[in-house]
Design a protein around this ligand. Structure first.
Ligand SMILES: *Cc1c(COP(=O)(O)O)cnc(C)c1O
Length: 754
């Protein structure tokens, strides 16, 4: 098809202008329309077993260049735009980033949809159409403020389907309206769908902040992802959201079965349901209920459901393993109560062990337990995480269902996280290993042949410098900050959580600050970049953001320190920021407390873009270390076994570490006059008290080792060719972390699609 003439047809119809006479906003909307036409014109894969990937989050990122890449039109469109004095990157600035996710779990779901389509497999996503997203983060007065993040415009990637279902809440029926986003497959002619359910009459954005009437279910159900659950109305709203998603999703599955002429008694031969974390768990009782309505016996219904459903565990953090009081279910969806009681009765009749109960003595429903009893597959998301599930966290379940447990190490789509975000590196890879790596990422290993090639190593360093310069420009434009691209860029970007230990990174910054003030300069200037949103009700996380921003202000105002050490926090960290930060990173901070980060996927993105990891032996860091070898990663800290032992025996006492001479001055700096003159005494003191008295995620346990190893990395960075070689090895081994590999394994071991 002739892109240029179709584009001009669209711009003439929309604006009465030729395409070359349009501004970037007009070009964006014209390209959106064109790309949508091409995506919706594609067939979906037909026949056989089809996957429904249920997830509360899909952190898609912008879609224009992604979809053009999948359609094979990226270069052609970019070329055209350049002839007209623009380019795709400039046009894509106009696109709002869809705000349907939070962090790694949602981004994983998005990478999976991309890979499922790229492998030509039949598989759709099912989720909710949040209007104001998680929230938009504004940093002011050294604090995070939350604002609504409206992203849906009159023209968007959402396709109205005309399909709706009725969700039978206890309070009355509510209509679930289906919108779709097309997911075109790269290298295939097909497109799958992301199905997003919405209320019929969504509420307008709150006028101030993100507070809204959490009892106005009919209008506010799809306002925000993860509404504040610190009160009961918030928790009930989450249950309303979850039931809305799974009831409408289950009805969609049965509708599609009907359309394919398949008897629901054969459902599990034709349907696979992946339950992404526990948020969609109620699909189990809801689909059971709908099958009973269709005349199946309880035995028949449960057989079909338990052989269709598979569950992915993403965390061992107790706070994230959902359990709901039965009274909530009785309020939201009373029809589920008898089903849940029957599921529980059957489980107890086979396994009387109370640790395996779905409903406990307090009449609380344990969602993960239900998932494990009534799924045919339970997977962890990295080798270490799956081991921990089997050996400690879910051991009673793994003992009785050993055949269900399996590992699927997470992955990322290198189409977005290398080809699209780092085109210069992608081009160098084409030259070195041939363009086939784009389809078969294992070919990246051939890059190892160039480990001694001075020209390739120099080019790698040059690309990194150019990417750092581009990041500097973006930071200057968006936040008015001017950085030194010649300094070492050390980056920690991810959700703010105590287990991820941004606070330990801050202690390193304090250490460097104190050293520089004492006249000991680091071997070269260091730029420490943070990006993180804190959950609105997570007080300690907000205090850590406050600490980081206070350090930023302190150092920015200090002409003695500033040439050697900078701290920057990017505002509103999201996929678009990630795509700029990751290609510009030298040292990737992956410093979670061992055993707590199930996998991480940020670690994989950084590696593929030639950053060297500084990390604990946690999550997929363990697999990265195995692949690249000890010379090409910096590891430190207590092992997961040691940490698990400390928790088991209450063996960790932070004050014992606080008293050490290398640690105390760093922690005490939190309440130093310098910092108290900038920040809030109440918050900094609370953080200080917590760190020396509780330190639940053991930052002080690892901090000395962390400082020593990080110092070594900063020193090693000075040998440019040796460093470039480390980057090269990391890139060459990153093919394993392609989500195409992950999805091929899900399909082979769990889904058996098509
Ligand atoms: C990849 C990604 C994450 C996950 O990062 P982790 O370091 O694995 O926690 C979170 N947010 C965004 C925007 C991402 O792209």
């Amino acid at each position: 098809m002739d892109i240029q003439s179709r584009l001009s047809e669209i711009t003439r119809a929309r604006y009465g202008l030729e395409a070359h006479g349009c501004d970037n906003t007009q070009l964006y909307h014209a390209l959106l329309q064109l790309t949508q036409e091409l995506c919706t014109g594609r067939p979906s894969p037909q026949g056989g077993r089809k996957l429904y990937y249920f997830s509360a989050e899909f952190l898609l990122g912008k879609l224009l260049s992604n979809n053009l890449l999948a359609l094979g039109l990226y270069d052609q469109v970019d070329e055209l735009l350049r002839q007209w004095g623009s380019c795709l990157a400039a046009v894509e600035e106009v696109e709002p980033e869809p705000s349907l996710g939070n962090g790694g779990l949602g981004r994983l779901a998005a990478c999976f949809l991309d890979s499922i389509a790229a492998l030509g497999l039949p598989g759709d996503g099912v989720g909710l159409n949040y209007h104001y997203g998680l929230f938009r983060q504004v940093l002011s007065h050294n604090r995070q403020q939350e604002l609504p993040n409206p992203w849906i415009e009159a023209d968007s990637w959402l396709i109205p389907t005309g399909v709706s279902f009725t969700v039978p809440f206890g309070s009355g029926p509510l209509k679930a309206v289906l919108w779709d986003i097309a997911i075109p497959g790269a290298h295939t002619g097909i497109a799958n769908r992301l199905h997003l359910f919405d209320v019929e009459h969504p509420a307008p954005a709150p006028e101030q902040g993100i507070d809204f009437d959490k009892t106005d279910i009919a209008h506010c159900l799809t306002s925000f992802l993860y509404p504040d659950d610190s009160d009961e109305n918030g928790r009930l709203l989450r249950v309303y959201q979850q039931y809305f998603m799974v009831s409408a999703g289950a009805q969609l599955i049965l509708k599609e079965l009907d359309e394919r002429g398949i008897d629901p008694r054969q459902l599990c031969q034709y349907v696979a349901i992946q339950i992404n974390d526990t948020h969609p768990s109620m699909v189990i009782p809801e689909l059971t209920r709908l099958l009973l309505e269709r005349g199946l016996s309880m035995n028949e219904a449960l057989h079909q459901v338990a052989h269709a459903c598979a569950y992915t565990n993403h965390t061992i953090l107790a706070e994230a393993l959902e359990k709901w009081p039965m009274s909530y279910i009785r309020t939201v969806a009373p029809q589920l109560e008898p089903i849940l009681r029957e599921l529980d009765r059957r489980a107890k009749s086979v396994f009387p062990d109370p640790r395996l109960a779905i409903i406990d003595d307090h009449d609380t429903v344990h969602m993960a337990h239900m998932d494990i009893h009534y799924s045919y597959s339970v997977n962890g998301v990295a080798a270490l995480h799956t081991q921990i599930l089997c050996k400690s966290e879910l051991k009673p379940f793994a003992d009785v269902y050993p055949h269900k447990f399996n590992n699927k190490t997470n992955g990322i789509t290198l189409r977005r996280w290398l080809e699209a975000c780092n085109p210069k590196l992608a081009q160098l890879l084409d030259q070195c290993v041939g363009p086939e790596w784009r389809r078969d990422t294992s070919r990246l290993e051939k890059l190892l042949d160039f480990a001694g090639d001075g020209q390739v190593l120099r080019r790698l360093l040059e690309i990194k410098r150019e990417n750092k310069q581009a990041l500097c420009r973006a930071l200057r434009e968006r936040q008015g900050i001017t950085l030194d691209p010649e300094s070492l860029f050390d980056i920690q970007v991810k959700r703010l959580h105590e287990y991820k230990r941004q606070q330990m990174n801050a202690l390193y910054v304090i250490r460097k600050y104190l050293e520089i003030k004492a006249g000991h300069l680091p071997p070269r200037p260091i730029t420490v970049i943070f990006g993180a949103k804190a959950a609105p009700a997570y007080v300690m996380a907000k205090r850590i953001i406050h600490l980081i921003l206070c350090l930023e202000q302190l150092i920015e105002a200090d002409p003695q320190v500033r040439p050697w050490l900078r701290v920057v926090m990017v505002e509103n960290y999201n996929v678009t920021w990630a795509e700029q930060l990751i290609p510009a990173c030298d040292l990737s901070e992956q410093i979670s407390l061992a055993s707590k980060e199930a996998s991480g996927t940020g670690n994989m993105k950084f590696m593929a873009n030639g950053a060297v990891t500084l990390g604990t032996m946690d999550g997929a860091n363990v697999e990265i270390a195995q692949l690249v070898g000890g010379d090409n990663i910096y590891t430190f800290g207590a092992s997961s076994d040691h940490v698990i032992g400390l928790y088991a025996h209450n063996g960790y006492h932070p004050w014992q570490y606080y008293e050490r001479s290398a640690v105390k001055p760093l922690v005490d700096f939190l309440i130093s006059p310098q910092l108290l003159s900038i920040g809030s005494e109440a918050d900094l003191r609370a953080l200080w008290e917590d760190m020396k008295g509780k330190d639940y995620f053991m930052a002080l346990l690892d901090v000395e080792d962390y400082i020593a190893v990080r110092d070594r990395a900063v020193l090693d960075y000075g040998n440019r060719s040796v460093w470039a070689r480390k980057a090269l090895v990391n890139i060459s081994k990153s093919g394993y972390f392609s989500s195409d590999r992950t999805i091929a394994q899900y399909n082979q071991d769990i889904w058996h699609l098509g």
